[in-house]
Unconditional design. Structure first.
Length: 203
């Protein structure tokens, strides 16, 4: 996603942490992590919650794997010969087909929020990495001013809530998932927390 550069506005620490996790998951799912991202992943420390436990598992794996092995895993999961084990698109999960109504609805919402697809990105915008990146940007104000909680909730409920937890559960249990199994667990647990938080603040 792209937008004109602007000075980063101040947001609450807890919102920055939310945005950081959305952005981190987006980076892991947009392309295979390089040595730098694997190195940062190896330093993560979680607490005793389900989310924290998944973070600790990922950190342990990041200390053991090579960038080349994770790239092979990424390709098997998401690219493959013809297609990968998983299709990480809202349209597919919500309708069974690619490039369907969920993508059209997303493109309309992107226009309303002043969000444009980066010129070097060719896959449909409703892939999980792009949606997570948009959520991070809405929180931090990357696309203008930071989005209100109601705008964040509206985007989340329309474009992530209907399918993303299912995708992350599939990623967690996929035959080809090793490094990406705890990524799935992190995403699944994080979205449970976000869903509940949005529900409690729904007004």
């Amino acid at each position: 996603m792209s937008q004109a550069a602007a000075a980063a506005p101040m947001i609450a620490e807890e919102d920055q942490l939310r945005a950081d996790l959305y952005g981190y998951l987006s980076a892991l799912l947009a392309s295979p992590p390089d040595k730098s991202l694997l190195g940062r992943s190896a330093t993560l420390k979680g607490d005793e919650s389900d989310l924290g436990s998944a973070i600790n598992t990922l950190a342990t794996l990041a200390n053991k794997v090579s960038a080349a092995s994770v790239e092979r895993e990424f390709n098997d999961l998401f690219i493959g010969l013809g297609r990968g084990e998983l299709l990480p698109y809202a349209s597919y999960y919500m309708t069974g087909f690619l490039n369907e109504k969920p993508l059209a609805v997303l493109r309309d919402d992107m226009r309303k929020n002043g969000i444009t697809r980066a010129p070097n990105v060719y896959e449909p915008e409703d892939n999980i990495a792009s949606l997570l990146e948009i959520m991070a940007g809405l929180i931090t104000g990357r696309f203008g001013t930071p989005a209100s909680l109601s705008r964040q909730r509206e985007f989340f409920n329309r474009h992530l809530a209907p399918w993303a937890r299912h995708f992350f559960a599939d990623l967690e249990g996929a035959k080809g998932s090793v490094f990406y199994a705890p990524v799935g667990a992190i995403g699944r647990n994080f979205l449970v927390i976000e869903t509940e938080a949005f529900r409690m603040t729904g007004g």
